[in-house]
Write a new protein. Structure first.
Length: 472
């Protein structure tokens, strides 16, 4: 765009010139009244302007007056308007941006100001033919002035937002690095950023840490930032979530606030992961346990990073607040733990898994019903005698009596260890399933996607009975 534009050639008969000058001179005498009317119209038509106080309205009125006087001077002098004429717009634009106004509302205010001014031109043109003709000659230069001024204002508005966004990202990154080092901000921009995200270093407010990575071979350049922005919108308090791109990962620190529900936060993060997947962005996200205070952030970060190991290669959400200690120990178990399982138990569970998990479901239902066989049968929607038969069959095959606490725990532990194994695809074997050594397993791959049902909100398997160790 050139540095200036022409307001048009205001040539014509002397009568038109005289009428034009008369209209503009009369408007110059009532600029204050026109500005008052413009501000009132803005308040009626733009809710964001109505919500502001007297100091803001005075600022808007001053801007309207300056625009009207500049506009009239340009038209009276029949000259070209320049950036210098409307330089005052730049600071006003930045004030609106800093105050949080939407750009659409700000540009709408220009439209309202132009509308009020044009209505005044028509009114002062009078009923004469010459007056109407003179008013028409002003229409085009007035439109060009409004376009020029609003474009200049929008550019200044966008420039401020770009600067503010860059500053915010830098301050957020610095704050995250500080928190991950176990330190707390004490003053300046970092402390202000922490407070803005609901993180008060002086309190023991509950929070979690989220670690997320994009998975897949074709990761677009802007995908990581898009995911980071989506996570930043998941806060369950009035504050946005502190979320930054940190090299190849995304780190977020959602504040739960007093009495905050981590389950609600996990639901929102689960929705974010699902929405991003629909956009072609595959995200693997780990959520730490709830910790109190920013001093616990380093530990929570390590938890979030560690649980990522158990997610499948196609992403998902592993939320520690949804995993019981029993489930977590099963997830972390090595091959030695599986070798300690009685071969008779392992063989039964392996065969049962191939056949749909009926006996495994019965064990879980019996434990969940506090060893009440009738309640377990109702949960499974089977006859009491059928449930009794299954218990006898389990005892015959494994030597474990489910009414004995130690025997029941043995079976539940064996089930949990089997749950983290890959789905069985081969025919039943007389030996317990073999697994690869932990060192040979691919990184960031969940060797048992099925066990993460409670952690990821995924669809339940065939045996639709929760473990006795799952939260109820």
């Amino acid at each position: 765009m050139s540095a200036a534009f022409g307001t048009g050639t205001l040539s014509g008969t002397e009568t038109l010139r005289t009428e034009r000058s008369r209209i503009l001179a009369e408007l110059l005498d009532v600029v204050g009244d026109l500005a008052d009317k413009a501000v009132e119209t803005m308040r009626r038509e733009i809710p964001a302007y109505e919500a502001r106080g007297a100091e803001f309205r005075a600022d808007v009125r001053e801007q309207v007056v300056r625009h009207y006087r500049t506009k009239l001077a340009v038209l009276l002098e029949e000259r070209t308007v320049t950036f210098e004429d409307i330089a005052f717009t730049r600071r006003a634009s930045m004030r609106r941006a800093q105050a949080g106004f939407d750009l659409a509302d700000y540009i709408n205010a220009f439209r309202v100001g132009q509308q009020v001014f044009w209505e005044a031109v028509v009114e002062h043109a009078g009923r004469s033919y010459a007056g109407h003709e003179a008013a028409l000659t002003l229409a085009s230069p007035l439109m060009r002035y409004c376009d020029f001024a609003s474009t200049h204002a929008a550019n200044a508005y966008a420039e401020f937002h770009q600067y503010a966004a860059a500053e915010t990202v830098r301050e957020s990154r610095d704050l995250v690095e500080l928190l991950l080092d176990g330190e707390a901000p004490t003053r300046g921009p970092q402390l202000a950023t922490a407070h803005a995200h609901g993180l008060n270093p002086d309190t023991r407010a509950p929070l979690v840490v989220v670690a997320a990575v994009l998975v897949g071979a074709d990761i677009k350049a802007d995908a990581r930032h898009a995911a980071c922005a989506a996570i930043a919108r998941t806060g369950i308090t009035k504050h946005r979530t502190l979320s930054v791109v940190r090299q190849a990962e995304i780190v977020a620190v959602p504040a739960l606030g007093p009495g905050g529900d981590p389950e609600k936060l996990c639901d929102r993060l689960q929705s974010v992961q699902k929405d991003l997947l629909a956009e072609g962005i595959v995200l693997a996200m780990g959520i730490s346990t709830v910790v109190e205070g920013t001093g616990q952030i380093p530990r929570a970060y390590q938890e979030a990073r560690g649980i990522l190991e158990f997610l499948p290669e196609d992403g998902g959400v592993a939320a520690l607040p949804r995993i019981s200690p029993f489930e977590y120990m099963a997830l972390r178990a090595d091959d030695t733990a599986r070798h300690l399982v009685d071969p008779r138990v392992a063989e039964l569970l392996s065969e049962d898994r191939m056949r749909g998990g009926v006996l495994t479901a019965t064990i879980r239902a019996f434990a969940a019903a506090d060893l009440n066989l009738r309640a377990a049968a109702e949960q499974l929607q089977i006859h009491h005698n059928t449930a009794q038969y299954r218990l006898r069959r389990i005892q015959e095959r494994t030597g474990r009596n489910l009414r004995h606490f130690t025997d029941l725990v043995d079976l539940l532990v064996a089930i949990a260890l089997q749950d983290v194994l890959p789905p069985v695809t081969k025919s039943p074997s007389t030996r317990p399933p073999r697994t690869r050594p932990a060192a040979a397993r691919p990184p960031a791959t969940n060797p048992g996607r099925e066990r993460l049902v409670s952690a990821t909100n995924e669809t339940d398997g065939d045996a639709d009975v929760p473990s006795a160790h799952e939260p109820r």
